[in-house]
Write a protein that binds this ligand. Structure first.
Ligand SMILES: Cc1ncc(COP(=O)(O)O)c(C=O)c1O
Length: 404
């Protein structure tokens, strides 16, 4: 092992391919390792640290709440949970929110809400959900069935029944898959783990129309692409109200690093999530809700989303030039907002380039499917930080050229 690197723990289940680094501090877009090295974080804990590390507003909210009250359970009213729900419904299509702790739980909630909606309508035979190839919705039994990745399903027994899959962003395939048993359509407006693939806005609008035509629900998974990442609070909002869902799963950025997730929906779509029909001990507890409110307050400040948009254009344009100058390593770039991906040209692998960016240039990025490197910087990223990341991509491209 190189000097300063940290070996995996023999006491932790070996589910993750961890880099041999640990961090002890974070400042804005930087992480500082236990051996004092500074790394520019263009992964944000996989799209979680939307406001970077140690944001003063979040630190203040968490510390203040920690000194007052952490947890009471949902047996009682939780004022910050109410505030957060109102902030979310005021800024989205949704009428009702249910708070959970993670993305997978948020998706489970959407699946349950969709099935029970049809049950209450007198159509219990409508329980199937059509998802997309290359999707990712989490690692619970239902969400691995929804995601349909063979590697994630292997050895985990019979699948949770009721999930069908079609090509992403293909309306003909989707329409052909609808049957009398279909309850809902589930898509990520921008596929994340699958390799940063944005759906066309016209596809999302057509999905809305198709779901209305067939009397089925539209569910978005905005766990990765939501909460400001594209320069709107939620990615589908770029369709300006023509592609609103009935149900939506949210997590990651909404807690800014504190574990928090939720699902939300119209009053009709949430009608099955009634008293006693769903629950979780921690969901929306005082600590999590207080931090979630602070995240929303920062993001809703005038100019915040405009800055995300400007930053994303700088990254997009700059990366376009880097890709063009280094086609032997970078095949193309795609994405939206500050959720961008660079597809690595074979024979190079995205894992190899991610390691080079990290070890040689101290830039942290995240590998994804289809040999894509994910760029998910904190939404507060500065122009200078974007330029530093672009320089690193350029330098890795040049180094690879020298080696070929
Ligand atoms: C689009 C999407 N949905 C769901 C999940 C699952 O979220 P969690 O890991 O919080 O359960 C993820 C996690 O990466 C995701 O990217």
């Amino acid at each position: 092992m190189p000097e300063g690197s940290i070996a995996p723990s023999p006491s932790i289940a070996p589910t993750y391919a961890r880099a041999p680094i640990a961090f002890e501090r974070g400042e804005g877009c930087f992480l500082i390792s236990t051996d004092g090295q500074r790394y520019l974080d263009f992964g944000s804990g996989i799209a979680v640290n939307a406001l970077g590390h140690s944001h003063p507003v979040l630190v203040e909210a968490l510390q203040d709440q920690a000194a007052k009250l952490w947890h009471t359970s949902n047996l009682y009213e939780i004022p910050h949970q109410r505030d957060l729900a109102e902030k979310l419904t005021a800024n989205t299509f949704a009428d009702l929110v249910f708070f959970a702790n993670s993305g997978a739980e948020a998706l489970e909630g959407c699946i349950k809400a969709a099935r029970r909606f049809h049950h209450l309508q007198g159509n219990p035979q409508k329980y199937r959900i059509i998802g997309a190839n290359s999707a990712f919705h989490g690692r619970t039994l239902a969400t691995i069935s929804a995601g349909n990745n063979a590697k994630h399903l292997e050895g985990f027994g019979p699948r949770v029944e009721g999930f069908d899959h079609v090509a992403f962003n293909n309306l003909n395939e989707l329409r052909a898959a609808i049957t009398a048993e279909t309850a809902a359509v589930l898509v990520e407006p921008i596929q994340g783990e699958g390799g940063i693939a944005p759906a066309d806005l016209s596809y999302l609008t057509a999905l809305r129309e198709t779901c209305d035509e067939f009397g089925i629900l539209l569910i978005y998974d905005e766990v990765q692409c939501g909460v400001g990442r594209t320069g709107r609070l939620f990615a589908h909002q770029w369709a300006n109200g023509t592609a609103d869902p009935d149900l939506m799963a949210v997590a990651k950025g909404i807690g800014g690093g504190f574990p928090l997730g939720c699902f939300m929906g119209t009053a009709a779509a949430m009608s099955g999530i009634s008293a006693g029909m769903h629950g979780t001990t921690y969901g929306g507890n005082p600590l999590a809700s207080r931090v979630g409110c602070a995240v929303m307050d920062v993001m809703m400040q005038p100019g915040f989303m405009e800055r995300v948009y400007a930053a994303s254009n700088r990254l997009w344009d700059g990366m376009g030039a880097v890709v063009e100058a280094n086609p032997h390593v970078y095949q193309m770039r795609r994405g939206a907002g500050l959720m961008q991906g660079v597809m690595v040209a074979e024979p190079y692998t995205c894992g190899e380039i991610v390691a080079r960016l990290r070890d040689d240039h101290h830039i942290l990025t995240v590998p994804a499917g289809q040999n894509v490197i994910r760029l998910l910087p904190p939404l507060i990223v500065s122009d200078a930080e974007i330029d530093a990341a672009l320089d690193a991509f350029r330098a890795v491209g040049a180094a690879m050229k020298a080696r070929v």
